[in-house]
Design a binder for this molecule. Structure first.
Ligand code: ADP
Ligand code: MG
Length: 365
């Protein structure tokens, strides 16, 4: 089967400014594609190009195997949900949802049927007679989604649909969108600057920076094997520790030397990676540094580390130290004995680390 969405060598300029550069993405039916990256990196522009709201400068795009490069938005069989819900204030919820179908001259009986189905899916049946002004932000968001759902399109496009909601509601709606996606099996492209939203919702993530795709992969691939320092730093909270280190072959593998603020450097042995250059950035997730006393097994190497700050955070406690001239965060159990100003024996999981080339920032292992 043809990919539900296929973008080839897409470029987008505004005047002489190149906003999107050589974008190549394909997704299958049922995929939940999340475009994530910092503000201004071109996510909305790309979504608008997919929708046909912005012409593309170069390249091509197909939806459901049909070339859409020069097709107008209304003929693309897509439905879009924006950050600003753009509901008609004078119409009831029911009218807001059915309006598009009415315009397209859909049989009123079918309109009613679709309205009932969508209202049930979104649990907004009790709200159908209200006007948008009588709804909370979360309810308005549901209505905006309802308007997209009744279209039953080939592709749903979402542009930061949750960013106007408060933190708690955002998490709730995130779960609901995921459940909805699973129930409908629909294909979605979803824009967010929030890496947690990206990780939790996506079947496939595109990480963007300054109009250029940095990496495409499943959430696990992006998290475990970031392609470069930008992705490593952007995806994950607290962020991956990125520590300058020196390496040397030592017969068993590579010896990794990390400078310490006081005292001798830490020496770790990595038996999995060979042929690393002398200077690297080693990437270690906070959860891959643990109290040595609590580690059962794994590919770990221990070292005494002077803890600067201890931050209890409920289930976890974060311990911050200085290694290789950087603040390094370890995610420890809440029962840790780590204390500020004291040394703590920590275990580094060398089976999970990433290495990056310091100049290019590219992944080495
Ligand atoms: P994001 O959604 O990732 O925050 P956008 O796609 O909105 O980013 O914007 C990407 C870049 O394109 C930004 O630098 C923005 O200033 C620029 N841009 C967006 N729309 C226009 C426009 N209509 N004319 C000129 N530049 C634009
Ligand atoms: Mg945007």
């Amino acid at each position: 089967m043809a990919p539900i969405l296929e973008i080839n060598n897409l470029y987008k300029n505004y005047g002489s400014v190149e906003i999107l550069k050589d974008i190549n993405v394909a997704i299958e039916q049922g995929d939940f594609l999340v475009l994530v990256g910092p503000s201004g990196c071109g996510k909305s522009t790309l979504l608008n190009c997919i929708a046909g709201l912005e012409p593309i400068t170069k390249g091509s795009m197909a939806i459901g195997g049909q070339d859409m490069t020069n097709v107008s938005p209304k003929d693309r069989d897509i439905a879009m949900v924006f950050q600003s819900y753009a509901l008609y204030p004078t119409m009831t919820v029911a009218k807001n949802i059915t309006f598009g179908m009415k315009v397209r001259g859909i049989d009123p009986a079918i309109q009613e049927e679709k309205l009932t189905y969508v209202a049930q899916q979104l649990q907004i049946e009790p709200l159908l007679k209200r006007k948008p002004g009588q709804l909370s932000g979360g309810q308005r968001q549901r209505v905006a989604m309802g308007r997209a759902l009744v279209r039953d399109p080939k592709l749903f496009l979402f542009d930061e649909p949750l960013s106007n909601l408060d933190a708690k509601l955002r998490v709730e709606m995130r779960t609901e969108i995921k459940a909805l996606h699973q129930r409908l099996g629909a294909s979605m492209v979803y824009v967010t600057h929030d890496q947690i939203e990206a990780m939790t919702l996506a079947t496939k993530i595109v990480v963007m920076k300054a109009g250029v795709i940095q990496q495409i992969g499943t959430p696990a691939e992006i998290y475990n094997r970031p392609a470069n320092l930008f992705v490593a730093d952007f995806m994950g909270s607290p962020a991956m520790n990125l520590i300058p280190a020196k390496t040397k072959a030592n017969g068993n593998g590579m010896q990794i030397e990390i400078a310490r603020k006081d005292g001798d450097p830490i020496m770790l042995t990595d038996t999995r990676n060979q042929d690393l250059p002398e200077n690297v950035i080693i990437g270690v997730r906070p959860e891959d540094i643990a109290d040595a006393s609590s580690v059962r097994s794994g590919d770990t190497q221990e070292a005494d580390c002077l803890i600067d700050i201890v931050e209890p955070a409920g289930a976890d406690t974060f311990a911050v130290m200085q290694l290789g001239g950087k603040h390094v965060t370890a995610r420890l159990h809440s029962e840790t004995t780590a204390a500020a100003g004291a040394a703590q024996r920590l275990a580094f999981d060398l089976g999970k680390v990433s290495y990056f080339e310091p100049e290019t920032g590219l992944r080495l292992n």
